[in-house]
Design a protein around this ligand. Structure first.
Ligand SMILES: *Cc1c(COP(=O)(O)O)cnc(C)c1O
Length: 389
């Protein structure tokens, strides 16, 4: 048994916590890419919409289609560029692309024109244009036009018969850091973005919805919220990088997120070990005394990163036990000692919110493993059944 329990009430709680920190009228675009950071995109998106979230964002056209097929009708931003072969679907499912160069805009326009033409006689005709958001690369070095190119591209979109400028955005490279160097960098990105917006507005072009802040910036830099914010990780109960709860509270910002996912398994066997017996591949751990080992049916193919052991501890009946030896593809072993009352089929929690019985969070695991909570959460694989609570 290996399951990911998804506490949807905690997702709602986190959205309420975000709202408390938004200036009036600021919209939320909830990032549900990568299957909602491993939590299950459809159920999380539905819950988020129920909580009043106006926009959703995904990474790929396929992820957007999945939401549309589940009946979600809110605007969906596609945060990565798509392939030419995906453009028809992008239009068909009314997904909103980020665009950042003339060639890409032309391709999207052509795909939209072709699609609307093919629909002309069947569907009722509307004069609505296909909205795109202009991405400005202010220093992330990923997608988007350079700030000085924004004006002409905005004009191109605004003059199109097919497309409309639904918004303009940028993405920060270091908003989750607190040192001066990184804060200055984010500040310079914000200033470049502001210049780009102004250059569009001086042409009397409506820039649409202006947005730039993901989890870190929206809490740390409320003055950068513009018309919309794009939280991801904080929806799922974790802070972004160095913008921790403690850091925020020192700044007088109240933010108390709750983890949404618990990774759970159960004891599949209890084994008795004499002194000097070893556990798992490579025999990297050998018992120093007589002990008992609980075999757990969860491994790296489930998302329990192999590098987590040694160091990983799991919770059984409110107590912490260390995983011994290497984590296998499908199983791992925890030492429970001679005195433990743990028995076969007992619930084992790897990480999660307190109410799941967990004694650590994905943040604790990521700190110990030299990664970020995002990676711990998105590593939980398909084989792990999501159960919504
Ligand atoms: C993933 C992503 C977000 C959300 O980031 P978090 O750090 O999880 O809040 C926002 N905007 C863009 C462009 C993204 O790719």
């Amino acid at each position: 048994m290996r399951i990911a329990e998804i506490y949807l009430d905690n997702l709602a709680h986190n959205i309420a916590q975000i709202k408390q920190n938004l200036r009036p009228g600021v919209k939320i675009c909830a990032a549900v890419k990568a299957d909602a950071y491993g939590h299950g995109a459809v159920r999380c998106a539905k819950k988020a919409v129920e909580c009043g979230v106006e926009f959703l964002s995904v990474a790929t056209v396929g992820e957007g289609i999945k939401l549309r097929k589940a009946g979600i009708s809110r605007p969906i931003l596609v945060l990565s560029l798509c392939d030419k072969s995906e453009m028809r679907s992008l239009v068909k499912y009314n997904l909103t692309p980020l665009v950042g160069d003339a060639e890409y805009i032309d391709l999207i326009e052509a795909a939209a024109k072709k699609f609307f033409k093919s629909q002309k006689n069947s569907a009722k005709k509307t004069n609505e244009k296909f909205a795109v958001h202009l991405a400005v690369d202010t220093g992330m070095g990923r997608i988007g036009c350079l700030p000085h190119e924004a004006k002409d591209l905005a004009k191109k979109i605004a003059l199109s018969q097919i497309l409309s400028l639904g918004g303009i955005c940028t993405h920060f490279a270091s908003a989750d850091e607190t040192s001066k160097k990184y804060r200055d960098y984010a500040q310079s990105q914000y200033e470049k973005f502001s210049l780009a917006i102004n250059s569009i507005r001086t042409e009397k072009i409506d820039a649409g919805i202006v947005h730039c802040s993901s989890s870190a910036a929206l809490l740390d830099r409320p003055e950068w919220q513009f018309d919309m914010v794009r939280p991801g990780i904080i929806l799922y109960g974790y802070c972004a990088g160095k913008i921790t709860q403690k850091y925020l509270s020192q700044k007088g910002i109240r933010f108390e997120p709750k983890p949404v996912m618990a990774l759970v398994t159960s004891v599949s066997a209890i084994r008795h070990f004499a002194k000097g017996e070893s556990v798992s591949y490579g025999c990297t751990w050998t018992s120093e005394r007589e002990t008992k080992i609980a075999v757990l049916p969860i491994g790296y193919a489930d998302g329990l990163l192999r590098r987590a052991s040694p160091g990983l501890e799991v919770a059984i009946n409110g107590k912490k036990y260390p995983v011994r030896g290497r984590i296998c593809m499908d199983q791992c072993m925890a030492e429970i000692g001679m005195k433990s009352d743990a028995k076969r089929f007992d619930r084992v929690v790897i990480f999660g919110p307190k109410e799941s019985g967990a004694l650590c969070t994905a943040q604790d695991l990521s700190d110990a493993q030299g990664t970020i909570s995002y990676e711990i959460l998105t590593s939980v694989s398909k084989r792990v059944k999501r159960i919504f609570i």
